[in-house]
Design a protein. Structure first.
Length: 188
């Protein structure tokens, strides 16, 4: 198969997620409402407690990281969740694409959505809390985002495996696994 054919399969999966997401108002909440609630709750808490700037930076980076992780991993999980909810999962598996086309295409869409959330949160945190995320340079930010997106891919794949193993009852893992990461990472 040519590289163009392979690329089209990845892009087709990303396009499918985009088409489904743009028709769903709840995916807009995942992009704007919940990330803002996360950032504002942590940022305002740091102002209320009057913590020093290094602790504010630590907490805001954690809030931004885990919000981006949630947005990106849920898009990988949506590869199967949307089809399971619409009772068309058989169509996904008879399509002439491999599972990795679906996962990486969904991850590409998740990276795009996560990048939008990142830009929004960085702008808001700079404006409201005086936190300059880009102060350390662009390379550390790119490494930071690459790590988040890699972890999002792993969590999304684990969610997909649990859905295929345990059925529709496992769809709660799409939201709870990133929350579990939140607990064990020590951000809050």
């Amino acid at each position: 198969m040519s590289w163009q054919g392979e690329l089209n399969k990845y892009l087709a999966s990303a396009y499918k997620n985009w088409i489904i997401s743009k028709r769903n108002v709840f995916t807009l909440f995942e992009l704007f409402f919940w990330p803002m609630i996360s950032l504002l709750s942590i940022g305002l808490l740091t102002r209320f407690l009057k913590v020093d700037e290094s602790m504010v930076s630590f907490l805001l980076v954690g809030a931004i990281a885990l919000t981006i992780l949630q947005v990106a991993q849920i898009d990988v999980a949506y590869v199967l969740l949307f089809d399971m909810w619409s009772k068309s999962i058989k169509n996904t598996f008879i399509a002439p694409v491999n599972a990795y086309h679906l996962v990486y295409g969904a991850l590409l869409f998740g990276i795009m959505r996560g990048s939008v959330v990142f830009l929004i949160l960085v702008s808001v945190s700079r404006y409201l809390f005086g936190f300059d995320f880009l102060k350390g340079g662009i390379l550390p930010v790119l490494v930071f985002l690459a790590g988040i997106y890699a972890m999002a891919a792993v969590i999304g794949i684990i969610v997909c495996i649990s859905i295929l193993t345990f059925g529709q009852k496992a769809d709660v893992a799409a939201w709870s696994l990133s929350g579990l990461i939140l607990l064990v990472s020590g951000i809050y």
